[in-house]
Design a binder for this molecule. Structure first.
Ligand SMILES: Cc1cc2nc3c(=O)[nH]c(=O)nc-3n(C[C@H](O)[C@H](O)[C@H](O)COP(=O)(O)OP(=O)(O)OC[C@H]3O[C@@H](n4cnc5c(N)ncnc54)[C@H](O)[C@@H]3O)c2cc1C
Length: 389
């Protein structure tokens, strides 16, 4: 009997799971089923190099001794017969890893709004941006900001529309968020906060503007929805697997789901209460799921790390700023770079760097350790400025 591991989803989490299980040597066959037509590729460059036309995304991982089916979509899972149902037929499994990621949320008020998740999305959006006079991006999180930055790098006009009073405030704290708002302004991106989109104005069947709840009309011939993502689990509804209210697959810290022999990893999963949303987490979870499917007993614990790239600047975020007792401190240079830290008691719990990769790397190693707040203060010196309340 051939022992087979099936991985559903051929991206950061799925490739990490497949290669870890292959290297562990516990299966005769490792099969990856991916809905996209392309071989797995790095997703972060889509909103950076691909959108600006600067480069193609690099391929992801080396899939030797792995059977990769691209352009094949999973439609259902029968946990009793241990069968994955795909649009090309059934595939039996001994163990299965769910790594189907997430889909972008759409903007029902404007069905024409474009979204960005896949290589094909990036090519389509890049072509639309090339022919646009004015672009409106709804949602000023990391992806929305990267799209705005890509528009500006092409010399286009762009407005970021954000419902919250201060974009990214919950992630990076108020002071850093204010600085990021200023970064948009410095690069010619117009940002409207507190903006609730209610519909579009059209002429001759084409969008000419975005209507806001306060009656304002924002001129735009291309609209992009950057509203976050929802776990891609529609295909699992009849399987009986436990899902959270938002559709995420519920897992324990070993990446085990409620179904026997079925694990999950990456943006599709909620592991021990933690969401994913970033490449590093997806890769780490995928690796642990692959190892555990091969008989290991590896726990995953969160090490939140995100990065972004706006207007040629590098943003890095480690840990969290939200809800911390120790006031965040910030150090800035005349060159516009900045480093911000936040903590609790004697522990450093959050680090944000704008063009400070070396300091972020140094502090990242000690985040969460006792006494790490002292180390953070050393990096912040000589001129710490408390963040105004
Ligand atoms: C434009 C963009 C920029 C980003 N930039 C950054 C960044 O700078 N830094 C960072 O850390 N993170 C970034 N991210 C987030 C990061 O890419 C994701 O967290 C990561 O891709 C999650 O990996 P995943 O494997 O869990 O899911 P995904 O990458 O979403 O892959 C899931 C795969 O499963 C496939 N699939 C879905 N349903 C099925 C099905 N039924 N059958 C078969 N296959 C299916 C999908 O087609 C997809 O290929 C970015 C994301 C985007 C979209």
């Amino acid at each position: 009997m051939v022992r087979r591991l099936v991985v559903v989803g051929a991206s950061h989490a799925g490739v990490a799971a497949a290669t870890a299980a292959r290297d562990a040597g516990a299966y005769d066959e490792v099969v990856v089923v991916g809905a996209e037509e392309r071989a797995p590729y790095q997703r972060p460059p889509l909103s950076k190099e691909v959108l600006t036309g600067a480069a193609e995304p690099a391929q992801l991982g080396v899939l030797d001794q792995v059977t990769l089916h691209t352009g094949m979509r999973a439609r259902g899972l029968d946990p009793v017969r241990r069968v994955l149902v795909t649009d090309a037929g059934e595939v039996g499994y001994d163990a299965l890893v769910i790594a189907t990621g997430a889909r972008p949320r759409t903007l029902p008020a404007i069905p024409e709004a474009l979204t960005l998740r896949t290589y094909d999305d990036a090519r389509g959006l890049g072509a639309a941006l090339a022919g646009a006079r004015r672009v409106a991006v709804v949602g000023a999180g990391f992806i929305g900001a990267e799209v705005a930055s890509a528009v500006r790098s092409r010399g286009g006009a762009v407005t970021l529309l954000e419902q919250a009073p201060l974009p990214l405030c919950g992630l990076v704290g108020e002071d850093v968020a204010q600085r990021l708002l200023a970064l948009h302004a410095a690069h010619g991106t117009s940002v409207r906060v507190g903006a609730r989109v209610i519909g579009a104005r059209r002429a001759a069947g084409r969008v000419t503007g975005v209507e806001l709840a306060d009656g304002e009309l924002v001129a735009a011939d291309v609209v992009v929805a950057a509203l976050g993502v929802a776990p891609d689990t529609g295909w699992l509804t009849a399987s009986g697997i436990a899902l959270d209210a938002d559709g995420a697959v519920r897992c324990d810290d070993r990446l085990r789901t409620s179904l026997p022999h079925v694990l999950a990893a990456g943006d599709v999963a909620r592991v021990a209460g933690h969401g994913c949303g970033h490449v590093l987490t997806a890769t780490e979870q995928g690796r642990a799921a692959g190892m555990n499917a091969a008989g290991a007993d590896e726990a995953w614990s969160p090490r939140p790390f995100a990065w972004s790239q706006w207007y040629g600047h590098r943003l890095q975020l480690v840990g969290r700023f939200h809800g911390l007792a120790t006031p965040a401190l910030i150090a800035r240079d005349e060159d516009g770079s900045l480093l911000a830290v936040a903590g609790e008691a004697d522990r450093l719990l959050g680090v944000f760097g704008l063009d400070r990769p070396r300091q972020v790397a140094a502090l990242r190693r000690v985040v969460g350790e006792p006494g790490s707040w002292e180390r953070a203060l050393e990096q912040i010196s000589p001129a710490p400025a408390p963040i105004p309340a």
